[in-house]
Structures are given as C-alpha cells and as structure tokens.
Design a protein around this ligand. Structure first.
Ligand SMILES: Cc1cc2nc3c(=O)[nH]c(=O)nc-3n(C[C@H](O)[C@H](O)[C@H](O)COP(=O)(O)OP(=O)(O)OC[C@H]3O[C@@H](n4cnc5c(N)ncnc54)[C@H](O)[C@@H]3O)c2cc1C
Length: 407
C-alpha cells in the first residue's frame, strides 16, 4: 500500500477496497497477509489525519453493501469512534499514560539492562521470529495489521515483561495512524486495564494460523508466556461529563475568521463551512507524540497531510495561508490577516491538543474560538461511557442521526 498523505489518495484506496468491505472483510480480516494485504482497508492513516471522515467511509461502504454484510466493517469503524469518545470522558487516562511513559523512559536511562531489552525489542532482535518481524515492519512501513498489534503488545508486556507505556510509545512514534485514543486504550485493553482483569494473551498456534498465508509465514513464536497475570493500577479514572461544542456554531456575525487545520483534521473538505475563511492555518505537531524521536513514516505523513490540506483549502477558498510552527505566535498570524475568530475541527485529547492548547486557550476564554464536531461523534460519544457494547447498540441510530445514507 502506498500511503500518500492526500485526500485524493485516501479516496482512491477506499474505492479499491470497497468491493471487499462486506462479507469478505468479515471472514478474512483477522489474517495478517503481510505488506501486500488487501483483506483490510488500511484506511486508518487517512482517518486519523482527518483527510477522510468516518461518516463518508461508512456511507460509501453502505452504498455498496447491505447493512448486514457490512456489519463487521461498520462496527470496527465504531471502535475508533468509541475509543475517542471514551478518552474524551476520561482525560486522566491520557495524563497517566504520559506520566507513566516519562517515568519508564527515566527508568531506561538509569538501567542498562532495561535499555538493552528495550533496544532489542524495538530493533527486532528478541529471537521471537514473529515479534521481530513486526518490529521491523512497523519501523519500515508505519503500519501494522490489527492482529499483529494485539500479538505484539501482548508479547511486549506479558512475555518480555517490558513496560507497556514504552510499547505504546514505540507504536506512536512509528504508526502513521498513531492515535492517542485508539493506541492508549488498545494497549490498556491488552494489559487488562481497560476491561479490568481481562488481558489478551498471544498464543503461538493462533499466530501460526493467522499468518499461514503471510509471505514469510507461518510466523514462529516460541517461548511465549502462557500464565501472565493482568496488569493492575492504583488510579481510578473517573468519568467527566462531556462538554461538546454547539451543534450549529454562530458564523452570522460576518467577522473574518481563520481556519485551523491540524494533525487530526488536515482537510477542509470534510467540514461544512458556511462561508470562506480569510486565512487557513496549518499546525502539524508530530514531534509532540513522544519525547523520543518520531519515525520518518509517521512524521512525514502528518506534516505532508497538513501542508497539502492547507494548500488545497487556500486554493478552494481563494484565501491566504500560513504555517503555525512551534516557535510562532498564533495571535500574530491571525492579526496579520485581520482574522478575529479561529475556527477549528474538534481537537481531541492527545498530544496535538497538549501542544496547541496553551495558545488556543486565550481565544477560547475570549469567546473567539469556534470548534466543529462531526455529527457522528456527537451522536455516539455520549454512549462511550464504559464498554464498547454501549456504542454497538446505538451504531445504526447514531448513523441515522448523523444523516448517513444507507444506515
Ligand atoms: C495495541 C494496539 C494499538 C493500536 N493503535 C492504533 C492507533 O494508534 N491508531 C489507530 O487508528 N488504530 C490503532 N489500533 C486499532 C487497529 O489496529 C487499527 O485501527 C487498524 O489495524 C487499522 O487498519 P485498517 O485501517 O486496515 O483497519 P480495518 O480493519 O480496515 O478497519 C477499518 C477502520 O476501523 C477502525 N478500526 C479497526 N479496528 C479497530 C480497533 N481495533 N480499534 C479502533 N479502531 C479500529 C480504523 O479506523 C480502521 O481504519 C490499535 C490496536 C491495537 C491492538
């Protein structure tokens, strides 16, 4: 798969996967077929970057397949929406991940044995063939199949006994689709922290079965732990009430505004702007994913997605454009273009928000920040309070509420 960070490339990839999004996806999706795979959509980098929206992917698939044939694919897309909604309501999960990661990195600095084990795992030199294969695939391609992510995370923490925060950090540094919600909560799920006491154990027979058709398969996984305990934590992550932006933001004042595109919302095309902005600003912050160096695949995908998205929006609206780099002041960029208000797609909990919020906060306090939230998130997030089942129950009504044809 060529992961070109443009909306056009995402739409073309969706179009070519479309015939396989129904029953074939449901029956083959668990197989890791290697980098030539066509049994899963590989849409996640474009979805994460906001080059495509969940709504349009769902509507396209439901335009081609019946709701029952597409049920599995639809529910996987809802896992993404569920995780985002869950993290919005439990921001302490993200804070505690960042703190745990920083503590684990400090422990690596202080302990040569740990550092060696970490280097072997991230360098694909543990001697566990399957794990080493995925470590290299991740770094080289910026993508891993879902089942490989589950096996990898399980072996990382339950067999190699490495700190899970460091594994989640390794993923975020290299995945093009690296996502604060899906990644953190999936690692916690494998650990037994998301569904408390229920962890995921990788088994060599399962790995051999689902990599049987991999060009290097079946992949061997000798010596895996069979009896690890689920991880536990002292902190109890309380749920905060959702504080969602207005459904119909007020643009009627006619004041000039700037549109902000960022790592998780790099295209204007999925937004429904009632009038053109005076300025389009791009802010890509992939380096904020981790204190360690972020890999080329993840970094360049985010940077090019935002850069290209800004150019497309400026051409479409015939307006000025600006890059907001970490050392620039947002207020100065807006002032130069005479923009009084900033409009931005919802900035979810995660590193992009952490990096940008200090300069957005004054605008929010002044009432000069307008946030746009996709209708599908608005309809779904209130149900992402605990387990996925709460969301699964309302998938179809949420899609109808969001106006998705075919739902
Ligand atoms: C340890 C671990 C870490 C993960 N980290 C990330 C991450 O950083 N970013 C990320 O986008 N996904 C993450 N996932 C979820 C999942 O593996 C990927 O979304 C999926 O593999 C992307 O490939 P695809 O687009 O071909 O998926 P498909 O199977 O074609 O599914 C279609 C879409 O549904 C969504 N989706 C599918 N499975 C899941 C899932 N289990 N959880 C959440 N959304 C899902 C994705 O947006 C995906 O693009 C992680 C899973 C695990 C087990």
């Amino acid at each position: 798969m060529e992961f070109t960070p443009t909306r056009a490339a995402g739409l073309a990839a969706l179009d070519s996967f479309l015939p396989r999004a129904g029953k074939r996806y449901a029956s083959t999706r668990n197989h890791d077929l290697g980098t030539g795979r066509d049994n899963v959509s590989q849409q996640s980098p474009w979805l994460h970057a906001g080059l495509l929206s969940e709504s349009e992917v769902l509507e396209t698939v439901l335009g081609q397949h019946s709701a029952s044939a597409a049920e599995k694919f639809v529910s996987e897309v809802f896992w993404r929406i569920y995780f985002k909604g869950y993290l919005e309501q439990r921001p302490s999960v993200w804070r505690s991940y960042c703190d745990g990661r920083d503590a684990a990195l400090a422990a690596l600095d202080a302990n040569a044995g740990l550092r060696k084990a970490h280097d072997e795992a991230t360098g694909g030199r543990t001697g566990i063939e399957a794990f080493d294969h995925w470590a290299r695939e991740l770094v080289e391609t910026g993508y891993l199949h879902n089942h490989a992510r589950m096996w990898f995370a399980s072996i990382w923490m339950h067999t190699l006994q490495l700190d899970w925060h460091l594994g989640a950090d390794f993923f975020l540094r290299h995945l093009r689709d690296g996502d604060a919600a899906s990644n953190t909560l999936s690692w916690r799920w494998v650990a037994g922290l998301h569904t408390k006491g229920k962890h995921y154990m990788a088994r060599k027979g399962n790995i051999a079965r689902y990599t049987a058709d991999h060009p290097a398969g079946p992949l061997a996984a000798e010596g895996l732990a069979s009896d690890a305990e689920p991880l536990t934590e002292a902190e109890d992550h309380q749920r905060n009430p959702l504080d969602l932006p207005a459904a119909q933001p007020d643009f009627d004042t006619g004041e000039p505004f700037a549109l902000l595109l960022h790592d998780e919302a790099a295209s204007h095309a999925v937004l429904d702007l009632p009038r053109p902005p005076a300025l389009v600003i791009g802010a890509a912050r992939p380096e904020a994913r981790s204190p360690l160096e972020v890999g080329d695949a993840a970094r360049s995908f985010a940077q090019e997605a935002v850069h290209g998205g800004v150019q497309e929006a400026a051409a479409q609206f015939g307006c000025a454009q600006a890059e907001w780099r970490a050392q620039d002041r947002l207020a100065a960029l807006m002032e130069e273009a005479g923009a009084k208000r900033l409009v931005m797609p919802y900035l979810p909990i995660g590193w992009t928000r952490d990096a940008l919020w200090p300069e957005l906060e004054p605008l929010a306090s002044d009432g000069r920040l307008t946030t746009l939230l996709p209708e599908l998130d608005r309809a779904t997030w209130p149900h992402a309070k605990a387990g996925f089942f709460g969301v699964k129950k309302v998938m179809h009504s949420a899609m109808r509420e969001a106006g998705i044809a075919g739902a």
